[in-house]
Design a protein. Structure first.
Length: 111
């Protein structure tokens, strides 16, 4: 069994939740989102994030706007829609329940 493949699948399973969480307080462009994820040690590549951002936008969870940049081409800033905030709240509740269950199961037994 390939442990790296299993670890990658676990990261992919929480990536949507993490991206929405990055955008919960402010708009951000893709490079900022990637930087935040990398700083948290969640290793992702642009080729994974761009399609996910497009899907989240198409699902009505994100909106975007273009802003001119003084250091290159215009930047696309993403932000949560009202539906996106509601979806994030549901994911957050689910994460709390799931992580609590996993922690209960994986903690060393107290003998």
């Amino acid at each position: 069994m390939n442990i790296e493949n299993t670890k990658a699948q676990m990261r992919k399973g929480v990536l949507e939740f993490c991206i929405l969480s990055v955008l919960k307080d402010k708009e951000a462009y893709t490079s900022e989102i990637l930087s935040t994820l990398k700083n948290a040690k969640l290793l992702v590549v642009e080729g994974t994030v761009y399609p996910l951002l497009t899907r989240l936008k198409n699902d009505g969870l994100l909106s975007y706007r273009w802003e001119e940049s003084t250091s290159g081409p215009p930047r696309k800033y993403y932000g949560l829609t009202e539906d996106g905030q509601n979806f994030l709240n549901e994911l957050s509740n689910t994460w709390t329940e799931l992580s609590g269950a996993v922690n209960t199961i994986t903690q060393p037994s107290q003998k």
